[in-house]
Design a protein around this ligand. Structure first.
Ligand code: PLP
Length: 562
């Protein structure tokens, strides 16, 4: 059955089911929330990703915090349905067969969006090609380019083989998917029985494509030397169009997406600005990220909202009525979430954490610019805050990319600080941060901490999950927090919103963090009524806005049907 306008959403990773290890972090979880809210809003969409049969890794942390990785064993047929059609792409002159598994995402009204997980692990493929859909962000450049051919070229072919003849928009969630533009071009040329590429062909592709860029970090933008592209993908007439399909003897997937999309956006207002500086000459809009409310509100708050804000799942804007929820009920719902988290922490770590102690949470990918260890810049200072202003405990989580040695060292440093502070401040590091742990943490801590190096945090979404559960953020002004922070009302800013060109020092940021933390700790212990008012405002002001329902409405108006 074909709808009149249909969107095909492509993402290298999508976090669908907490037990399917098909995502690494923020990008994948956002993709999952996007599709969930798309289904809630009954937006005609289909989605394409890779199966990642070996999962994004199982994280083991040694006594000293050193991370090692293992493949995640999981059984695709327990989650998804194998589909019949096979398509093929050419990689290094070999045909590579692709099958798809279907996972149906169901919205609150029962509308479903199919997600197709591409899989090359088939008997007819050469051994090295069977592995192409095994590891998310694994191995080398050649592997990455091959995966991107499977996703972009194979993805379009699979959609056609599955009967999706009429697709009106192709949304590339990050540049990884932009090889799809070449297949769209080839489709167009095949449909008129060949001939050379003309400017109108390119204009036509552009009309159909939408591109969302997600990070100012260089590693997030894939580029490949043309010698490798010729070896893996082969020659293509399009590469003759120097300014559009490649530049400087490189295939840059970000530029490919930029050049072939009629609508491009960053994922928060500031990220739009940063992207316009990075990619001068392009028109780049901003649509601020969100989270799916039904997925990211914990059970005790779901129950609370059901009683006070009926219909909040269908209409996330109505979360503004959280202002009318009495504080004692709010605090009670939070204590239930907190007890669940603390029980989990104690079971995992035997630390004996206390539900009456102010608990800070920090969980995200362990990588340098996120600065998980900023709070440990001065251990004596931290010890003094806990002693004088009120007791503190901290819960951390997050994986380092297998090749990110600095990220792994960062985890070790947190373990080291935890050992040194053991007698004064309890600090846990929970392994295997995932969607389930993400909810437990963002709902169960009292304050959500975020200390990235600006302007590297494009958006950040975990603070939005916390806000949905009445947990305020204490964060550097970067990414979404520039929009979400109303000082003392929805949470607290660490330092000023420096102009982007000003370098900042770690010591200065740490000083600002300690000052603000001390105020927050005093507020928590001495003015519970005011602290509770902050909880209420995080939901009413931030939960009602930083959700994927509002976000998808903006994509529909600006990107899909704009
Ligand atoms: C939400 C989430 C992220 C992204 O959080 P950020 O704040 O954007 O870093 C990463 N991993 C998991 C498991 C999540 O749930």
């Amino acid at each position: 059955m074909e709808e009149s306008k249909k969107i095909a959403y492509f993402s290298m990773e999508i976090g669908l089911d907490p037990a399917m290890p098909t995502y690494s972090g923020g990008l994948g979880v956002l993709a999952g929330d996007t599709i969930l809210s798309g289904a809630d809003l009954k937006i005609p969409m289909v989605a394409v990703t890779l199966l990642h049969r070996k999962g994004y890794f199982y994280q083991r942390l040694a006594q000293d915090g050193w991370q090692t990785e293992e493949a995640v064993e999981w059984v695709p047929q327990d989650f998804a349905r194998e589909l019949k059609p096979r398509v093929s792409v050419t990689i290094q002159n070999r045909p590579v067969a692709i099958r798809a598994w279907e996972y149906a995402v169901k919205g609150i009204g029962g509308y479903t969006i199919p997600v197709y997980l591409l899989d090359t692990d088939l008997d007819e493929n050469a051994p090295q090609d069977r592995m192409l859909t095994h590891h998310l962000y694994g191995q080398d450049l050649k592997y990455r380019l091959s995966q991107e051919i499977v996703l972009g070229i194979g993805g379009i072919r699979m959609l056609r083989a599955l009967g999706h003849a009429q697709l009106d928009r192709f949304h590339m969630n990050e540049g990884h998917a932009s090889m799809l533009t070449i297949e769209l071009l080839d489709e167009r040329i095949r449909s008129r029985q060949g001939g050379a590429i003309v400017p109108d062909d390119i204009a036509q592709i552009r009309r159909q494509c939408v591109f969302t860029t997600h990070t100012p970090v260089a590693a997030g933008h894939d580029k490949f030397p043309m010698t490798l592209v010729r070896e893996v993908f082969g020659a293509h007439e399009a590469f003759g169009f120097e300014d559009i399909f490649c530049c400087d003897n490189q295939l840059n997937l970000t530029y490919l997406a930029l050049n072939l999309s009629h609508y491009v956006n960053g994922v928060a207002k500031q990220h739009g600005e940063v992207s316009r500086q990075m990619f001068a000459g392009y028109t780049i809009d901003a649509i601020t990220n969100g989270v799916n409310a039904s997925r990211w509100v914990c059970p005790s708050f779901q129950e609370l909202f059901d009683r006070h804000i009926p219909g909040w799942r269908e209409d996330n804007f109505s979360l503004r009525y959280a202002l009318s929820i009495p504080c004692d009920e709010m605090t009670q719902a939070h204590q239930l979430a907190k007890r669940e988290l603390i029980q989990h922490v104690n079971q995992q770590s035997n630390l004996g954490m206390d539900t009456e102690v102010l608990t800070l949470g920090f969980a995200r990918r362990a990588t340098s610019y996120k600065r998980a260890d900023l709070i440990f810049t001065d251990l004596e200072r931290l010890r003094a805050i806990s002693k004088n202003a009120g007791r503190l405990q901290l819960v951390f989580s997050g994986k380092a990319h297998p090749n990110d040695t600095e990220g792994k060292e960062l985890i070790k440093r947190i373990f080291g600080a935890a050992r040194e502070l053991r007698s004064a401040i309890k600090i846990a590091y929970l392994p295997n941060y995932d969607i389930t742990l993400g909810l437990l943490l963002t709902a169960g801590v009292d304050v959500w901490l975020n200390t990235p190096q600006p302007p590297m945090e494009a958006s950040g979404t975990s603070g939005m999950k916390a806000a949905m559960n009445g947990v305020p953020s204490l964060s550097i002004l970067d990414g979404w927090w520039i929009e979400g922070c109303i000082e003392g009302i929805t949470g607290w800013a660490i330092g000023e919103n420096h102009r982007l060109e000003h370098p900042r020092s770690q010591a200065a940021d740490a000083e600002q963090l300690y000052r603000k933390l001390e105020q927050v700790v005093r507020l928590y212990y001495t003015e519970p009524g005011r602290f509770c008012a902050v909880r209420t405002h995080t939901i009413a002001l931030n939960g009602s806005f930083f959700n994927t329902q509002r976000m998808m409405q903006q994509y529909v108006l600006k990107a899909y049907f704009g």
